[in-house]
Design a protein around this ligand. Structure first.
Ligand SMILES: Nc1ncnc2c1ncn2[C@@H]1O[C@H](COP(=O)(O)OP(=O)(O)OP(=O)(O)O)[C@@H](O)[C@H]1O
Ligand SMILES: [Mg+2]
Length: 492
């Protein structure tokens, strides 16, 4: 044992001697220089190259650093064991990130890259006009030299795109209105927190499926719109009696796509140019809504003059007629509205959806409804049996099979004839939500009563309801198949 200690002591002595010799022969500067040269030789010989993305680029914040951080937050959740959690300003979502001096492997187009989050203590500052954070943060990207081109050409661009998408999705949705905005900023916004989703929306499952796939195709359709030379926008007309879920559908669309909503109050707009300015101030990935379009503007005042159709939209009764395309003071014309949805200005921003709602579709000018302006006409009908099942699930937490079969049969028999809106049925179910059985029985009574009244002719027929018989669909894959088989038409 003593031999061991003796040899260890002599080894340490040799080490101390070598160190002092090194210090005497190579001064500090020379040592650093030789380490650097050694590093360069190693880098040159290595098959990898490294990119440093520092948080602060000179005096400015490096946007790429923030983008990488956001981008990695989406893949970090799957691969890393240790994560840092943050919650951004104006966001209710918690995002994940790689911890300090940790590594993460990412794959892009079949190539593997390694990200390292490098955090060092910053040297104490002497005098600086801008205080810098105490820590010096940055990402180091390690890639194979042969993949340099693909990384520089597309990977970094892909990261920037994904990061802005994540940022948008993490932020709360906004609901804009023009009724309170000033001349400088015509839109005023509030956070949009409507809970309506396609799951809670009571409507024919086939219709719902078709609308959802149409929206998805639209949102993923950048290449298609580019290839076909069409402006990246889509129009939906929602029509049907009050309380059938038109506004709820708009909220569900916004929640589904993660878009902001611009609720355009047409009665607040004085001229076509004001309308155009409002359009220019809307952002991409948004839904521009004009609710009750038949009430906001009067589209019925038309007359033929010298063979030209003269259309005029008055806000408070008939105004002097103007030729189509002509613009007058304090009035919006139909052509102004058409230009808004379909003209050159309509494509001043990308990925926008126009939604018009009305209770009286027959009052609208055909020019407003033609394809290309309103690509899809969606009839929001009275509550059907399929819709009722969704309402039972929403309000009573009843699944299929929870209700007695005979009772369901009776409900199915009366529901179409009773013509009750989902809004009316929801109210009835909410009223009795503590006593679920009572809720169903009371609903059946109400439906029977309404259908009897209708048979007796005591209820005035609602001429607005352009009813299509509710389609009975199955669920899951069967539903998808059935819906795909329905011929493609734009009126559903
Ligand atoms: N299809 C539906 N699915 C689920 N809930 C609905 C549906 N239709 C109506 N409701 C309920 O009724 C309420 C009113 O519905 P909503 O405002 O969407 O109707 P609307 O068609 O826009 O009516 P209006 O024509 O009067 O504007 C909603 O808050 C919602 O709770
Ligand atoms: Mg509404």
């Amino acid at each position: 044992m003593s031999e061991f200690w003796t040899s260890l002591a002599s080894l340490m002595g040799v080490w101390a001697f070598c160190q002092s010799l090194l210090h005497t022969l190579f001064p500090r500067e020379l040592r650093f220089a030789s380490i650097k040269i050694l590093q360069r030789i190693l880098h040159w010989a290595s098959s990898y190259c490294y990119y440093d993305i520092t948080e602060i680029d000179g005096v400015n914040t490096n946007e790429l650093y923030n983008a990488v951080q956001l981008y990695l937050s989406s893949s970090a959740s799957i691969t890393a064991n240790r994560l840092s959690l943050t919650r951004g300003l104006n966001s209710s979502a918690i995002s994940l990130g790689i911890s300090n001096n940790d590594r993460l492997i990412d794959t892009y187009g079949g190539i593997q890259v390694i990200w390292e989050h490098v955090v060092k203590q910053r040297q104490p500052q002497t005098i600086s006009w801008r205080p810098l954070p105490e820590e010096k943060r940055g990402f180091t990207l390690r890639i194979h030299k042969k993949n340099k081109k693909i990384v520089l050409d597309s990977y970094l661009g892909f990261i920037m795109e994904r990061a802005s998408e994540i940022k948008r999705l993490n932020q709360d949705r906004l609901l804009y209105t023009n009724s309170r905005g000033g001349p400088l900023d015509p839109w005023e916004s509030v956070p949009f927190k409507h809970p309506s989703t396609f799951d809670t929306l009571a409507m024919d499952p086939c219709k719902k499926y078709r609308i959802m796939s149409d929206l998805k195709d639209f949102a993923d359709g950048e290449a298609f719109y580019q290839r076909t030379g069409r402006a990246w926008k889509r129009g939906y007309l929602l029509y049907g009696p009050p309380g059938t879920g038109k506004s709820s559908m708009i909220a569900a669309m916004a929640n589904y796509l993660g878009y902001d909503i611009y609720d355009l109050e047409l009665t607040e707009v004085q001229t076509n140019s004001e309308l155009r300015k409002l359009l220019m101030k809307t952002s991409a990935k948004s839904i521009i809504v004009i609710e009750d379009i038949d009430c906001s503007v009067n589209l019925t005042n038309r007359k033929k003059s010298n063979g030209n159709v003269v259309r005029e939209i008055g806000l408070d009764g008939p105004r002097p007629k103007k030729m189509r395309g002509e613009e007058g003071a304090n009035t919006i014309t139909l052509s102004g509205l058409l230009n808004f949805t379909d003209g050159l200005w309509s494509c001043c921003g990308n990925e926008r959806i126009f939604v018009f709602t009305t209770n009286y579709v027959e009052k609208l000018d055909p020019a407003l409804l033609r394809s290309g302006r309103m690509d899809m006409h969606i009839f929001m009908s009275y509550c059907s049996f399929d819709s009722l099942k969704i309402l039972f699930k929403n309000y009573l937490e009843y699944e299929e099979g929870d209700i007695d079969e005979d009772l369901m049969k009776e409900l199915r028999e009366v529901i179409d004839e009773a013509e009750m809106t989902p809004a009316d049925i929801s109210e009835l179910l909410i009223k009795n939500k503590r006593d679920k059985k009572k809720a169903v029985w009371e609903l059946l009574e109400a439906l029977r009563f309404k259908s009897e009244k209708k048979k007796e002719g005591n209820v005035i027929q609602d001429t607005r309801a352009l009813e299509t018989s509710p389609r009975q669909c199955g669920g899951g894959d069967q539903l998808v198949k059935q819906c795909q088989e329905i011929s493609v038409e734009n009126i559903i």
